[in-house]
Ligand binder design. Structure first.
Ligand code: PDD
Length: 287
């Protein structure tokens, strides 16, 4: 089956799905994106993802390509056309096509929009969660607006690749004061010895993850202790548990931090519980 992408108003087979060479996303990484989980053919937390997309667009003064309602139609259509049951839908909006020039293009320039979707193995992700993953750390060398979900992800790409080359799944960025900000494509969490969940406040130092927000709601709902504060790599290494969250990984236990085994090296009870309860708190859209 040929995969289908939505590109600027058309549904096209991938081999014909292309954007102009002077799309500003291509030339300047001048665009934003969202990744939304699909479960049983339904979008998870669609409203929050579209709200964050809108915020990212507004922060960068890129015009909205269409209403949330119309975006919802396109997202569903791409999911259906690609026969996605469990997987992801990717949405990207750029400042559009214009002769290369750092200045913003004229106001009438239409934003560029691309939507793709693909299946992802739930079994593979569950198997990974049963073992837990390793993370490495590295200095956070990104700009100070990582709260915007920009497609400008070069430091994140380099960090993720370095993690893989060192046998890890994720890289945690560490700020100038020695505190973990977040992962290259995930938010970072620990559970202290007394059972308190810790995650960094959603300031400009991290992306305000949708999965993070749902997990925080879940933690409150279940009456678990939590604190939004920064933590260090040493604290994570001595924690009772550690985990990461994102639409792509959901709640994924971390069992090794910079070659140090966390607790007994097995996924923790809290992370495992939050993973299993996640979809009882997330918003599951109509198909
Ligand atoms: N990444 N932090 C960063 C830097 C991210 O790129 C992401 C998501 C998150 C988690 O956000 P959410 O819970 O809303 O998925 C945190 C997506 C999945 C990606 O780039 O593929």
């Amino acid at each position: 089956m040929s995969r289908i992408a939505y590109v600027n108003g058309q549904y096209l087979p991938h081999q014909h799905a292309s954007v102009h060479v002077e799309d500003r996303g291509y030339q300047f990484a001048d665009g934003v994106y969202e990744v939304c989980e699909v479960l049983g053919g339904r979008l998870i937390d669609e409203k929050r993802h579209l709200k964050r997309l809108s915020r990212s667009l507004t922060e960068l003064r890129i015009s909205h390509p269409m209403s949330d309602k119309a975006l919802g139609v396109v997202l569903r259509e791409v999911v259906v056309r690609n026969k996605v049951r469990d997987g992801l839908v990717y949405l990207q909006v750029t400042r559009g096509v214009a002769p290369r020039n750092h200045f913003f293009p004229p106001d009438h320039t239409a934003p560029g929009i691309v939507v793709t979707a693909r299946n992802a193995s739930v079994a593979k992700s569950s198997a990974m969660a049963e073992k837990g993953v390793a993370v490495i750390s590295m200095p956070d060398n990104r700009w100070d607006r990582v709260d915007i979900k920009s497609v400008s992800l070069l430091p994140n790409v380099l960090a993720k690749q370095m993690a893989r080359e060192q046998g890890a799944f994720e890289a945690w960025f560490v700020d100038d004061e020695g505190y973990v900000t977040e992962g290259s494509s995930t938010n970072a969490w620990i559970v202290t010895k007394d059972g308190t969940l810790i995650t960094r406040p959603a300031d400009n130092g991290i992306l305000k993850g949708i999965t993070r927000a749902i997990v925080l709601e879940l933690v409150e709902r279940e009456g678990m202790k939590f604190e939004e504060r920064s933590f260090t790599i040493e604290e994570a290494q001595q924690a009772r548990e550690a985990f990461i969250t994102a639409a792509t990984t959901l709640v994924m236990p971390v069992v090794v931090v910079d070659d140090v085994t966390v607790a007994n090296g097995a996924p923790g009870h809290i992370a495992t519980t939050l993973r299993s309860l996640f979809h009882t708190q997330a918003e599951i859209a109509d198909s």
